[in-house]
Design a protein around this ligand. Structure first.
Ligand SMILES: O=c1ccn([C@@H]2O[C@H](COP(=O)(O)OP(=O)(O)O[C@H]3O[C@H](CO)[C@@H](O)[C@H](O)[C@H]3O)[C@@H](O)[C@H]2O)c(=O)[nH]1
Length: 475
C-alpha cells in the first residue's frame, strides 16, 4: 500500500505558519499512519526587521520533535515587498510567483523513489493561496483550504463576491449596515481594511480569493463550534454562496494553539519571576501580534493611559523603526521611574502563551489577531480590543458584540485609529473589572475557556471533526 502523505502550504507569515503546523500535529496525533510535508516560502520585508520572530527556531524544534513532519524550503523568489504596496496584493502575487516551485515540489514528492510509493491524499493550502487550487486539479490531488482566522472571516470572504454585486458603492458610503449571512449586521467600519477601497487591487484580490474558495474539497477552520455556532451553520447551509452553489464541507478544528512553546531564556525567567510576585489577576498584558507597531506619539499616549489606569501592566512595546531604539526616548519623561515595580516594558518578542497562562495576568490589550484571540480565550483572559489592520476590526467587533469576550475601545478612525490616554485608561479600568460590563466580560471569558478545552478533548466537537478529517485523509 502507498504511504499516505499530506502536503501543507502555509502563508509565509508567523501567525499562519504556527497555526498550520499545529493543525499538522493534531492530525498526526489522530492518525499515526499519516505523514506531513510542509512547504515553506520565505518572505523578506526589510522595513520590518524588528518584527523578527523565532520562526526558524520554531521550525527546527518542530522538525526535531516530530519525525513525521518534514519541512521543504521552496526556492527564494525575487519579489521584495514594497513599502507602499497593498499587503493582500503582495501576498497574492507572492503566491503566484511560487506556483511553479510548488508544482515541482509536489511532483517530486509523487515521483520519489520511496518504497512503498508516496500518495498525496490532500493538499492543504492557506486560505489566501487559492491560486494553488489549479495545481491540485492538474495533479489530481484533493485540495483543502485552511482558514487561520475565524469562521466569521471565512463567511465574509465566501460571501464577498455576492456582496460586491449587492453593494455597488464603497462600504463606508453605505447607509446602514453590511449584511452577511451568519454574522451580526456589520457597521461598515468593521469591514477588514483591504475591503474598504473597492477601486484598489487589494480589494480585487480579496474578491478573487473569496470566489475561488468554493472550488476546494473542504474548508478547515481554526475555530470551534461552541464559539461561532451561527456563522458555522450559515456556511455549512450554503448561505454564503450565491444560487445555492454547493459549499465545500466545513471542518472547525480549533482552537489549535502552540501551547508547548515554553520559552527558557533568561529574559523570560526574569519576566516570570516578576509575574510570580504580582497578585492574582492583577496585571494587564499588552501585545499586538507579529507586526503590530505604533507611532511614537501613540506610544507616549498609551503610556499615559496605562499610568493613569493605576493597574499593573506588562507591555510588549515594539517601535516601528528598529530594535535598538532607546525606549526611554519614546516613553514620556519619568514614566519608567513612576511605574517602577508595577509595570514592565519589554522590547523583544514576548513569550505570549506563557504570559497569558500566568495567574497574575487579568486582562489582555490585543490587536485581535485570531491566534492571540484564541489564546486569550483558552486561558480565560478577557480582552480589550485594539484592532490594527487586516481582518482585526472584524474580529474585534465579533469578540465585543457577539461573543462578549472583549471590552470595546474607542478608536478614532478619522485619525488613523488613534486611541487617547483617556480612552485607554477607561478601557483598562473596565477590562480589569472596575465596571459591571467588565465583570460580565470576565465571567464570559471563564465560561468560554472551559468550552474551548472541551472542544479539543476526546469526544469534543473539534476533536471529533479532526478524527473525521484524519480518517478521510487515509481513504
Ligand atoms: O511578542 C509576541 C507577539 C506574538 N506572539 C505570538 O504570535 C502569534 C500572533 O498571531 P496573531 O495573534 O494571529 O497575530 P498576527 O501575527 O498579526 O497574525 C496574522 O494572522 C492572523 C491569523 O490569520 C490574523 O488574524 C491577523 O490579523 C494577522 O495579522 C500568537 O501565537 C502570539 O502568541 C508572541 O508569542 N509574542
Amino acid at each position: 500500500m502507498a504511504e499516505t502523505g499530506l502536503v501543507f502550504l502555509p502563508q509565509a507569515v508567523v501567525g499562519h505558519l504556527i497555526s498550520t503546523v499545529e493543525l499538522a500535529k493534531s492530525l498526526l496525533e489522530k492518525q499515526p499512519c499519516l505523514s506531513i510535508t510542509v512547504l515553506l516560502m520565505h518572505l523578506h520585508i526589510p522595513s520590518n526587521e524588528s518584527a523578527t520572530t523565532p520562526v526558524t527556531s520554531y521550525v527546527q524544534s518542530i522538525a526535531a520533535s516530530n519525525p513525521r513532519i518534514r519541512f521543504i524550503d521552496l526556492p527564494l523568489v525575487d519579489f521584495p515587498f514594497e513599502n507602499n504596496q497593498n499587503p493582500s496584493t503582495f501576498l497574492s502575487l507572492f503566491m503566484e510567483k511560487h506556483k511553479s516551485h510548488v508544482k515541482e515540489a509536489l511532483k517530486r514528492i509523487l515521483s520519489s523513489s520511496s518504497s512503498p510509493p508516496k500518495r498525496i491524499s490532500a493538499f492543504v493550502i492557506d486560505f489566501f493561496a487559492t491560486t494553488m487550487i489549479d495545481i491540485g486539479k492538474e495533479l489530481g490531488i484533493p485540495t483543502y483550504a485552511y482558514c487561520t482566522s475565524g469562521a466569521i472571516f471565512l463567511a465574509l470572504l465566501l460571501y464577498l463576491p455576492t456582496l460586491h454585486v449587492k453593494v455597488p458603492c464603497e462600504f463606508k458610503d453605505l447607509q446602514g449596515e453590511v449584511e452577511v449571512p451568519g454574522i451580526l449586521p456589520l457597521p461598515p467600519l468593521a469591514m477588514p481594511d483591504p475591503m474598504m477601497n473597492k477601486k484598489s487591487d487589494g480589494y480585487d484580490w480579496f474578491v478573487y480569493q473569496g470566489g475561488r474558495l468554493r472550488e476546494t474539497d473542504g474548508l478547515i477552520v481554526n475555530t470551534f463550534a461552541e464559539l461561532e455556532p451561527t456563522t458555522l451553520k450559515s456556511i455549512a447551509n450554503g448561505e454564503c454562496l450565491p444560487d445555492h452553489h454547493p459549499t465545500p464541507p466545513v471542518y472547525p478544528v480549533g482552537p489549535l494553539l502552540a501551547l508547548d512553546k515554553k520559552s527558557q531564556d533568561p529574559e523570560t525567567s526574569q519576566l516570570m519571576e516578576w509575574l510570580d510576585q504580582q497578585p492574582h489577576s492583577s496585571v494587564v498584558f499588552l501585545c499586538f501580534g507579529s507586526m503590530g507597531f505604533f507611532s511614537v506619539p501613540q506610544l507616549k499616549e498609551m503610556a499615559l493611559g496605562l499610568e493613569r489606569s493605576g493597574h499593573r501592566f506588562l507591555w510588549s512595546l515594539r517601535c516601528p523603526s528598529s530594535t535598538d531604539t532607546d525606549i526611554k526616548e519614546v516613553l514620556p519623561d519619568g514614566f519608567l521611574d513612576r511605574t517602577k515595580g508595577r509595570g514592565l516594558v519589554l522590547q523583544s518578542w514576548a513569550p505570549q502563551v506563557d504570559i497569558l497562562e500566568h495567574a497574575a495576568v487579568g486582562g489582555f490589550v490585543s490587536h485581535c489577531g485570531w491566534n492571540s484571540s484564541l489564546e486569550s480565550i483558552w486561558f480565560g483572559v478577557p480582552m480589550l480590543a485594539w484592532p490594527l489592520y487586516s481582518e482585526q476590526k472584524l474580529n474585534a467587533f465579533q469578540l465585543v458584540r457577539d461573543y462578549g469576550l472583549a471590552v470595546e475601545l474607542s478608536l478614532d478612525y478619522e485619525k488613523d485609529g488613534w486611541v487617547s490616554a483617556e480612552e485607554l485608561e477607561k478601557g483598562v479600568r473596565c477590562l480589569m473589572g472596575e465596571s459591571e460590563e467588565g465583570q460580565k466580560v470576565r465571567k464570559r471569558a471563564e465560561e468560554m475557556a472551559e468550552a474551548s478545552k472541551k472542544a479539543v478533548a476526546p469526544g469534543g466537537s473539534s476533536f471529533s471533526t479532526l478524527e473525521l478529517l484524519a480518517e478521510k485523509f487515509m481513504l
